[in-house]
Design a protein around this ligand. Structure first.
Ligand SMILES: Cc1ncc(COP(=O)(O)O)c(C=O)c1O
Length: 435
């Protein structure tokens, strides 16, 4: 085994190790050098300069080792640099890096589309033959869905939900309604987009009664569980109710599973928790362990757009697909089950440990998509920063929540460490600023 691989294997087995309070001197120097050259629109939630990462562990340029409970924003599904994924990428890069899937054939493109179609058939009873358009990202999958829905139905209206996040390109941004900062200064956005209240079927009916007749609506686009908007699980009748409304009015039901898909919630797709079969299904993030890949899937009777309607030069790139195929094999080979098992135990551990802790108002989620609600935005922000300094990587979501979306390989022992460090951090935050 090469020295690099041995070092990565050792890193994956290392505990949290903070030897230099982060950001250390090398991180500070490198960040200061980089920042003047970067778009100021980037957020950088804390000053972490990553050198390498392996499994659930991330090492910074000063040698500090962190436990990653956010997986590069719910994307490094198989863990960082999984050897099988890295090997698939390396092998593919030796024979074909690019040729353009819109204009030419290569084996991987068909293989992953066939595979995704088989997975979509398992959501619930549906005899569909699914077809797939590959993208580079989540927002591109949303754009493709908007175009297909408009062209297929001949209608232009779209219904999305307040709290939803669907991406940052102009079409997808027209649906995004989790935080107004994403929209500030970018309007006017797409006309004919209406926002209902997440989890509330009556609010959709209200839109039909007041702002748009259902006959003008091409699609309802919804996250089966709110992601960026706060890791919120809707009431059980919500998705079936949307399905019924869409079927009644000839509207396409589009599930944005960019965050919830590919095993994140303990099922391959979150749709499987309800058995509700969407008309359009979107994935990205975890599908290729961090390589740029996304997918817009629909049954063949809906994927009716003709040749030339849509395409992309690099999307469905052979190297990204190789990572995707290796990722899917690992997900099917046990990681979806691990997400379910360790997700349940992590939620229980967090609930038990945080019960009665000042400032914590809720622990919720499905699989390894778990949110902890705090009593204020300031407390959530302070806790995220303190976690970083203690060697635990987490992100905020919603107005005042912390999200846990670790790699799906998280072990029980690591779930325990996540819980302990998080609880200690909450105590530290409370000592600094009592609830
Ligand atoms: C549900 C959902 N849709 C779409 C997107 C956009 O994906 P990307 O950042 O890959 O464009 C995201 C990203 O967080 C997401 O969570």
């Amino acid at each position: 085994m090469s020295a690099v691989k041995l070092a990565l294997e050792a890193l994956a087995a290392q505990p949290i190790t903070i030897t230099t309070p982060p950001p250390g001197p090398r991180a500070r120097e490198m960040i200061a050098r980089a920042l003047p050259h970067l778009s100021p629109s980037l957020i950088h939630c804390y000053p972490l300069m990553v050198r390498r990462a392996s499994g659930c562990m991330v090492e910074d340029v000063d040698g500090n080792v962190y436990l990653d409970a956010e997986a590069g924003v719910a994307t490094a599904s198989t863990g960082h640099c999984h050897p099988a994924v890295a090997a698939a990428i390396a092998a593919q890069a030796e024979i074909l890096i690019h040729i353009c899937g819109t204009d030419f054939h290569y084996p991987g493109y068909g293989a992953i589309c066939e595979k995704l179609g088989q997975l979509a058939q398992k959501i619930g009873p549906n005899g569909h033959h699914w077809q797939t358009f590959l993208t580079n990202s989540g927002t591109e999958a949303v754009e493709a869905a908007l175009k297909l829905a408009r062209q297929h139905t001949g209608r232009s209206g779209i219904i999305a939900f307040r709290g939803g996040f669907h991406g940052r390109t102009l079409g997808a941004l027209s649906l995004t309604a989790s935080k107004s900062k994403y929209r500030r200064g970018f309007g006017p956005l797409l006309p004919g987009v209406y926002h209902a209240t997440y989890g509330d079927l009556d609010s959709v009916e209200e839109l039909f009664a007041t702002l748009t007749t259902p006959e003008d609506v091409a699609a309802i686009v919804v996250e089966p569980i709110l992601g960026e908007g706060g890791y919120i699980v809707p009431p059980p009748d919500f998705l079936p109710g949307l399905r019924a409304l869409c079927t009644l009015h000839g509207i396409l039901l589009c599930f944005d599973e960019v965050q919830t898909g590919m095993g994140r919630t303990g099922k391959m797709f979150a749709a499987e928790h309800t058995g509700v079969v969407p008309d359009i299904l979107l994935v990205a993030k975890g599908i290729a362990s961090g390589m740029p890949l996304g997918a817009m899937m629909a049954p063949s009777q809906i994927m009716t757009w003709p040749a030339g309607s849509h395409g992309s030069t690099i999307a469905g790139n052979p190297v990204a697909i190789a990572a995707g195929m290796a990722t899917i094999a690992l997900l099917e080979g046990g990681l979806v089950g691990n997400s379910d098992r360790v997700g349940k135990s992590l939620k229980k551990r967090l609930r038990d440990k945080l019960a009665g802790v000042a400032g914590v108002t809720d622990v919720r989620g499905v699989g390894l998509m778990i949110g902890v609600e705090l009593d204020s935005h300031e407390r959530a922000g302070a806790i995220a920063q303190l976690c970083f300094r203690r060697g635990l990587l987490v992100l905020e979501c919603g107005k005042k929540a912390i999200r846990f979306s670790p790699p799906l390989i998280l072990t029980e022992a690591q779930a325990q460490v996540v819980t302990e460090v998080f609880a200690d951090t909450c105590a530290e935050a409370n000592a600094a600023s009592p609830a």
